[in-house]
Write a protein that binds this ligand. Sequence first.
Ligand code: DHB
Ligand code: MG
Length: 218
Amino acid sequence: MWREVDAYFAGELVPEDEALVLARESGPRTTMPKAEVAPNQGKLLALLCQMSGAKRVLEFGTLAGYSTVWLARAVGADGQVTTLELEEQNAAIARANLERAGVADRVEVRVGSAADSARRLIEDATEPYGFVFIDADKPSNPTYLKAALELTHPGSVIVIDNVVRNGAVVDADSSDARVQGVRTVLADIARDERLEATALQTVGAKGWDGFTLIRRTR
Ligand code: DHB
Ligand code: MG
């Protein structure tokens, strides 16, 4: 039923134009088929981004650029998205999708390890981002959060994808580095006095998973 309900919600509330459909359908050509957010989740990211008032977005993990299209459209023509992708193969697919969606001019796809790319942004004293979506390799979540805190300002919103993993997140002794990447980043968030956060479980087209939502207060 989860998938059916997602399809119903998306059908009612989340119209996709051809560019979004093609971006989503190009997921299987990337190195990580089926990892892209669901349509109603893409719209959630866009709405959160707009509610935060962010005009500059940083994304860890591009893949085919499906969420990137949502975020780039959310910031509008005067906005800017920087998206970090490890694999050139994925970046090429994403660039074509961003072009087709009419947002290529406001998106920079940086290829290489996201940790390295983020470090370069920090070294270059890049203007802070108002919205960050962390959705790359899960073991590196703590590294990406640390980088995000060097690249945001008070009021910035940070969203982390895939924090439930079919419930595996509650296993403190998990040998899965992705689970430990989530557990460590949640502990880091809890300890950081600049951050207010919650986490939500979701069911739907992506199975049983969830998001962490963070607001940087100072
Ligand atoms: C995986 C990664 C994702 O970002 C996602 O949304 C779903 C699955 C994965 O690593 O399998
Ligand atoms: Mg994800």
